[in-house]
Each structure stands twice: as structure tokens, then as C-alpha cells.
Design a protein around this ligand. Sequence first.
Ligand code: HEC
Length: 155
Amino acid sequence: MSKFLSTLAVAGLLVSSTAVFADTATEGTATEATEAVETETMAIVVDADLAKKGAKVFKKCKACHKVGDKAKNATGPVLNGVFGRPVASFEGFKYSKNMKALGETGAVWDEANLIEFLTKPKNMVKKTKMSFAGLKKEKDRKAIIEFLKSVSVAE
Ligand code: HEC
């Protein structure tokens, strides 16, 4: 997963508006600060409470997706680092034709794309291999995205 973190050049993580983990891509050291560090790329700001709710929503994804240190591709690709990651780019996963085609357009899993995909996967990516109806509730989508952000900065 460090491959993605380094290419991402994720700059900072703001948890509960107090702690900033600066430059996780290169140093992986945590420093305390009151503001997120803005860099030339982007800072991923995580709402820790919402991320906790998202961890519950993630139960719906767990059958197919793994996160964490020992995560391996399963029915679906590893989701560590997915926030900000180019579409269809996780090493060793065999994506569907249309997911690969979307990746080739340069699309990235930012907030807007995740919301669109997770609302109804088949609407955004026709014939996607992800057999999941979608998250109907907006609050579940917001929460899962926060959770995905939280597994996109930690190492
Ligand atoms: C039944 C298995 C299954 C479930 C449940 C599932 N997924 Fe997936 N997911 C997949 C598969 C398979 C793919 C690859 C799709 C393709 O190639 O078309 C995928 C792809 C993705 C991608 C794109 C990843 C990339 O590397 O481009 C994201 C993001 C994602 N899933 C998030 C979720 C989330 C969040 C949930 C729960 C709300 C979820 N998935 C539930 C199987 C699943």
C-alpha cells in the first residue's frame, strides 16, 4: 500500500481538528498542530466521529474488501489508500473492462466519484464486477467516505 501513499503525496490528516499527521507519505511521523497543513497537493481532513460511524457501514463491504496492514485483494480490491487513488489501480487486482476504462480517463476516487459510485455502482460503471446495490442513505455514504479517508492516510 505504501506505493499508493507515496504516489498520492498525501500531505496531512486532521483528526478532531487538533492532531495533524504531517507528510505521512515520506516521514510517517505525527506532529501536533491546530490546523491542517496545506501543501501543493492536498490534505485529507478526517472527521473522526463520522469515520467511526463509517466503520459500521463498512460491515456491508467487508465480505469483499479488506483494509488494514495485512489486507489482501479478495473479491474486491484492497481499499487502503483508496481515497485519492486513481481508479482501477490497485496492484494485482483484476478489474472489469469498464472499471479499467474509467481508470484510463485519469479518474481518481475523490469525494464526488465515491458518492456517485457508492450510490449505485452499476449506474456509474456499467457491468462492474462489484455486485452491490449501493448505499441508499446519504448519511451512510458520507460516513463510509470518512472511513475510507481514515484508511487512506494511516500507515
Ligand atoms: C459483493 C462484493 C462487494 C461488495 C459487497 C462491495 N464491493 Fe466494492 N468492489 C467489488 C469488486 C469486485 C470491485 C471491482 C469492480 C470492477 O472491477 O468493476 C469493487 C470496487 C470498488 C471500488 C473501486 C476500487 C478501485 O481500486 O478502483 C471501491 C471504491 C469500492 N469497491 C468500495 C466499496 C464499498 C465502500 C463497499 C461497501 C459499501 C463495497 N465496495 C462493497 C466488490 C464488492
